[in-house]
Structure formats: C-alpha cells, structure tokens
Design a protein around this ligand. Structure first.
Ligand code: ARG
Length: 566
C-alpha cells in the first residue's frame, strides 16, 4: 500500500537534508480542517537549522516542491506547508489494494519466522471466572490477532493458576464437607463455597491450616488421593472456563499453568544459586533487589515450598527454550506490576540477555458500582452471566425492531458479545473503570454494535445492488471530500495496526473502526449510492465494498464478528 504520509515525506526530503525521512514523517500532521489540506508539515523545528522564520521556510519550500504522483497541490499557510492529495489517485490505490487483498488487507509478513508468546486470561481454577478477567482475556486475544496479522508466529498461553497452598485447603474442605454430585452440578460456586467455609472455620481452628499445608505437600509428592482430587477440581473448572471461551470464540495453544512447572523449579533455583544470587533470610530464600528499589523476590518459603514467582521464573525459561520468542508478553492487571518488575529483574541478574524481551502489558482494574469485588465475600459478577445477559438484551432489542428477523440467536450472540468486547477494548488500557450494565449494553454512541451496524449497512447496499463490484471504474468520480475521507481512513489501516502492535494497544484499532464507520455514515447520509448513472453507481459501490472489507478486517482484529445483517 502506497502510504500517503510517506509520499508527502519523500517530497519534503528532496529539499531537507537536515532531517531523516523518518523524522520528517513523524512531524507530519493532519490539519484541523479539510480545506487547509490533507496533510501538513510544521516548519518550526527547521527554524533553528535554517536560521529563518518558520513562515519564510514554509513559503520557500512550497515554491520548490513540485506536486506529482499522489500529491496534487502544495501551499504554505503560516509556519506550515499544506499538502493536498490527488483524490482520484487515492481512490484508485485504495480500492485496487483492498479488492485484491480482501481479508488480508492490512496484513503483512513483517513477523515472518519470528515468535511472540502471549500469556493472557490465566484464571485461577476453582475460583470464579469473573468480570475482572475480561480485560486480560479480550486484550490478550486482540493482541494475538494483531501480531498474527503481521505474520508473527503467535503462541497463546493460558497460564492457569492451578497450583499452590490453596489446593491443600480445598482438599481439606472437600473431605470435610464436600459433596461430589453438588460439585459436578455446579463446580465453581460449590468449590468457592468450600473455600470460603474453610477460611471461616480455620479462623476458629488454626490447626486446619497445618492440615492444609500437609495436604499440599502430599500433592507435591504425588500422593494418589491428593492428585486425583486436584485433577478433578481442575477438570471441572476448565469445563466452566471453556463455556466462556466458547462464547468469546477464543482459543489457546497451551494450557500449561502453574502446575506444569512443579518439576521445573529446582533447575531455575539452582541457576539462581549458582550465580550467587540466592540469599537466606529468616528461613526463606530470596533474591535481594534492594539496590533496584524493590522488595526482595521470594523464591522459597520457610517450609521449602515454592511461590507464584518461582513458577513464573521457571515458565519464562521454559518458554525461551521451547519457543525461542522474540517477545514474551504478559497481559496482567496493573496490581501485579511489581511482580513483573521483580521477575524481569531476576532474569536479568541471572544473565539471560533475553530478559529485555519480556513485556508486561498492564491494565486498570474493574470495579463494581456497588463497591469492590471480593471473592471471599461472594461479591462477584460472573463473566458468563455478563455475556449471557448481553446476548439476551440484544435479542430483545432486535425482536422489538423486527419481530421476523432471521437468525436472531446467532446474530444476537455476535452483537451482544461484541458489545462487551468492544467496550473493554475501547477504554484506554491503563485506566481503572467501573463496570456498568447500562453503559456496556448501550447501543448508542461509540460502541461495537454501532460499528457492526455500519458493516451490516454496507452489506445491505451491496445485496440490494445485485451487481458485481469491479476495479474497472472511473476513479475521478470519487474525488469528492466525503469519499476521500472514507478512503483516507482505509488507507491508514496497515500503519494503524503497526502502531497498535508496537504499543500493545488494541484500543487504537477500536478508534480506527469508529473513524471509518463515522466517515462512511457521513458519506452515506449525504450521497445516494444506487443511482441511475451506471458509472457513478459502480464507483460508489466499489467504495461501499472496500469500506465493508476494512470494517470486517478491523472487527476481526478485535476478536469480534462482522454480521451481514442486524
Ligand atoms: N493467575 C493469575 C491471576 O489470576 C494471573 C497469571 C498471569 N500470568 C503469569 N504468568 N503470572 O492473578
């Protein structure tokens, strides 16, 4: 795809030796109003270099630059040089490109032969899969789609929380009060109940904690009964998680969770020891990080048992050896920022040069309107309930609009789930936010359903036209401002994906589909498409077709569906 910004930068470069092409490209802006031009170059930075006033530089450079190719006009305005893009050339380039590449439009093979590991979702077994997990799940999945679209071999890992002393507690509780049938009928709520009951009872009978520890040690030593119970808790939990992943249409390449590393920790502890980094402190083993203004990383506890950190150290090493990643990304809430800083620091101190390739992608917390979420107090919103309610509500809205709507269940699922996904992604990652049913399910404003609806609208026009879309059209007919706005957004798709990828920010893609939907709806509002004039109709249909394709590709990157009817 000919990138228009690059074309502008190339023109400028011929006359500016003092800046590199990249520096020039980075300076190019989009003017506040279209009458000024499609792109603008501010000359303020050059003032020092050229020892001249910015408006003088703008005037002189504009004189020198010959409009050619996609650039149709160059004019100075104050300290800026404004560039106008040749709109029919823009139309031709974009339409031909989109209609040949289709669902691959925007994609590239930049990441060929390189591997990216993404650790996301990673819930804890026997605990609710609640609304707090939605962000890691959908952000991780969108990042997977984004890297995958640029040709990276992308590995999705669900680092399940399936190990640790809490399983000793659960075994004790189950043996005391558990009921197999009840757990099988309703696994996570039942297991959670047992866990809560354990904590209540253990307050009165602290010796239960010792018993729990003893059971966890048995589990670690491969005791048959302990292992069978644990395996069963894990299987039942995974069945519940699978229902949510199904609704979201998310898959993983590996479910190697914390337990997978139970036999891989000794090695990493030895490596740390050999480097002289392991320190004893009150019976525990730590890596001192005082020098880096961090609390020590705890490697083993008093009783010799390992921790979350130990398993993450083993996991990092395993991933490097097994996948030879270029980057290993952890999509985990910002409450764990310190944990990841410590983890990466320990890897660096051990001397793994690839420690620099580990990236924590944090995000803000989800709060409930009625106060903070608390698993122990049972104040949680189950993710499955949120998705199901979203689907139900969408179905009601659809049937209210059209009682004879076709395929309602399937479409309500695509739109309802899409609404939740889009709302999670369109919030800037790092901000905390309060979960609200009404906001999530509102179909007005900058929402997923709005974008999907625009896509369905394009499909409806194309269906109604009943004629083939071709690239053999008169591109001069698309040089109006409304069409050019749509085409300019589409033209920026690949750059936008790369930007989202470099920043690990899927919300940049939500902005892209919203901008495209808005530009298209303006065009649609102001222009008839299925006009008598054959040439004009053909040209406008091509515009509709490429908009539809770009919206579909954008939605897919977000992990959403693009229904043809709504
Ligand atoms: N299970 C953890 C939690 O729910 C998240 C795990 C994230 N991944 C990791 N490698 N530490 O908080």
């Amino acid at each position: 795809m000919q990138d228009f910004k690059v074309a502008v930068a190339t023109c400028l470069k011929e006359h500016i030796e003092e800046l590199t092409l990249e520096e020039i490209t980075a300076l190019i802006e989009v003017p506040p109003n279209k009458e000024m031009g499609d792109f603008a170059f501010p000359c303020f930075k050059l003032a020092k270099v050229f020892r001249k006033a910015p408006n003088m530089i703008a005037a002189e450079l504009s004189e020198k630059i010959e409009p050619k190719g996609v650039i149709s006009n160059v004019t100075p305005l104050g300290g800026y040089i404004n560039f106008f893009v040749n709109k029919s050339q823009l139309a031709e380039t974009v339409i031909k490109d989109v209609l040949t590449k289709k669902e691959k439009y925007g994609h590239s093979d930049l990441g060929k032969d390189k591997t990216i590991v993404i650790d996301f979702s990673s819930p804890n077994i026997a605990k609710p899969f609640h609304i707090g997990h939605i962000r890691t799940t959908v952000i991780g999945n969108a990042l997977y789609k984004i890297y995958d679209s640029q040709g990276y071999n992308t590995v999705r890992i669900n680092h399940l929380g399936d190990y640790g002393t809490q399983f000793g507690k659960l075994i004790v509780a189950f043996k005391l009060w558990g009921n197999k049938e009840a757990v099988e009928a309703n696994p996570i709520p039942e297991l959670l109940k047992l866990y809560i009951q354990f904590h209540d009872e253990a307050e009165k009978h602290p010796e239960m904690e010792d018993e729990a520890r003893a059971w966890f040690t048995k589990l670690e030593n491969g005791d048959k009964e302990a292992k069978e119970l644990w395996q069963w808790f894990r299987d039942e939990s995974l069945k519940e998680f699978a229902r949510v992943y199904d609704l979201l249409d998310i898959e993983f390449d590996s479910y190697n969770g914390e337990s997978f590393y139970s036999d891989k920790m000794d090695r990493v502890i030895d490596i740390i020891k050999d480097k002289g980094l392991l320190k004893e402190s009150q019976g525990t083993n730590i890596v001192d990080l005082d020098e880096y203004n961090m609390p020590p990383a705890l490697i083993t506890k008093n009783d010799g048992s390992t921790l979350y950190m130990t398993r993450d150290l083993a996991a990092a090493l395993y991933r490097k050896e097994n996948y030879d990643f270029e980057k290993c990304i952890y999509v985990v809430g910002s409450q764990q920022s310190l944990h990841f800083q410590q983890l990466f620091k320990v890897l660096e101190l051990v001397g793994f040069e690839w420690a620099k390739d580990m990236i924590h992608v944090p995000f803000g917390m989800v709060a409930l309107e009625e106060g903070t979420m608390s698993t122990r107090k049972g104040r949680v919103v189950f993710l499955e309930d949120v998705l199901k309610q979203a689907i139900e509500k969408t179905k009601e809205t659809m049937l209210a609009k059209n009682p004879n709507a076709l395929n309602v269940d399937e479409i309500a699922k695509q739109v309802g789930v899409g609404a939740v996904v889009f709302q999670e992604l369109s919030n800037s990652r790092i901000k905390d936010y309060t979960f609200s049913w009404s906001r999530t399910l509102s179909f007005e404003g900058e929402t997923g359903p709005y974008v999907q609806y625009t896509h369905a609208r394009c499909c409806a026009v194309l269906r109604k036209a009943e004629e083939e879309v071709t690239t053999d059209i008169n591109y001069e007919l698309l040089n109006d401002v409304d069409s050019a706005e749509v085409l300019k957004v589409i033209a920026s798709f690949n750059k936008t994906i790369l930007n989202a990828m470099r920043k690990n920010e899927p919300h940049i893609i939500t902005r892209f589909v919203l901008d495209l939907a808005q530009a298209f709806n303006k065009f649609y509002h102001d222009n008839s498409i299925l006009v008598e004039d054959t040439e004009l109709r053909k040209a406008r249909l091509a515009l509709v077709a490429v908009t539809r394709q770009a919206l579909e590709n954008g939605l897919k990157l977000l992990g959403m569906q693009a229904p043809e009817r709504m």
